[in-house]
Design a binder for this molecule. Structure first.
Ligand SMILES: *Cc1c(COP(=O)(O)O)cnc(C)c1O
Length: 248
């Protein structure tokens, strides 16, 4: 793969190791395509979101030169800084973190997608704050599949009323569901948890919600997620390497 070096050499920061980054990025794309083949998914039906949280803008620019346009961030202030710095690029930003009420305005203004809506109130607030000159905000409902009290995400029985509330907001476009299962090394267990999200998706489709996205799968479980129907995998570590401490 040809890597354009221009944006890297101009920076004052220590350049990211773009060859290693290119190799890791390529490996992730191959893992996705291989999982599509193995589990009977259509070639190209799974989209990659590069999770760039804690990574410097220089690394995002490098991955962008490899052809990646969708990036995921979960820490709002850090994301806003990066979006401002990278403003001239045609990047698509996905907010994947916990949504506090006082953060809704910035999320609604600066992001194209939000994966982590888990309350009607948050949906209403995002809708009322989405600027008129922006297209409708793409929204996924985050589902807490394992009933962990401490975790974000709507319990499965709240998903239908939440979907109804989102569908009634013209400034929002309901696209699907997202989940972050607790880590497991057991492939069959990973699949079993992801299949719960797929089942909820199928119930929504049965109720005529025109949703088309299942956001599930990270570095350690992307194959299981693809086997169970993921349309978007959110990958950080496998692309960028270990995360850096924030506020470096
Ligand atoms: C950090 C994060 C990811 C990426 O995780 P990796 O294991 O580094 O691939 C995906 N989704 C969410 C919501 C995250 O916070």
């Amino acid at each position: 793969m040809v890597v354009t070096a221009t944006p890297l050499t101009k920076t004052r920061h220590v350049p990211a190791d773009s060859n290693a980054l290119a190799a890791r990025y390529q490996t992730v794309l191959e893992r996705i395509r291989e999982a599509e083949r193995r589990y009977g998914r259509e070639n190209g039906s799974v989209s990659l979101i590069a999770v760039s949280k804690t990574q410097p803008t220089i690394a995002i620019e490098a991955v962008h030169t490899f052809g990646q346009s969708a990036f995921g961030e979960n820490h709002l202030q850090e994301a806003i800084d990066k979006i401002a710095k990278l403003g001239d690029k045609s990047l698509v930003w996905h907010f994947i973190g916990h949504i506090q009420n006082n953060k809704c305005r910035l999320i609604a203004t600066h992001f194209d997608w939000v994966h982590s809506v888990d309350r009607i109130k948050t949906a209403q607030r995002l809708a009322s704050l989405r600027p008129e000159d922006h297209p409708a905000l793409n929204v996924l409902i985050q589902v807490n599949l394992e009933g962990e009290v401490s975790k974000s995400g709507a319990p499965p029985q709240h998903v239908m009323p939440l979907a109804t509330a989102i569908a009634h907001q013209p400034r929002l476009r309901l696209r699907g569901l997202m989940a972050i299962p607790s880590p497991s090394n057991d492939f069959d267990h990973q699949r079993q948890i992801f299949s719960r999200l797929r089942d909820i998706r199928d119930e929504l489709i049965d109720q005529d919600y025109p949703i088309d996205c299942l956001s599930m799968g990270m570095t350690d479980d992307l194959e299981a997620a693809i086997a169970e129907g993921a349309t978007h995998v959110r990958i950080g570590t496998a692309i960028f390497g270990p995360r850096r401490p924030r506020h470096q």
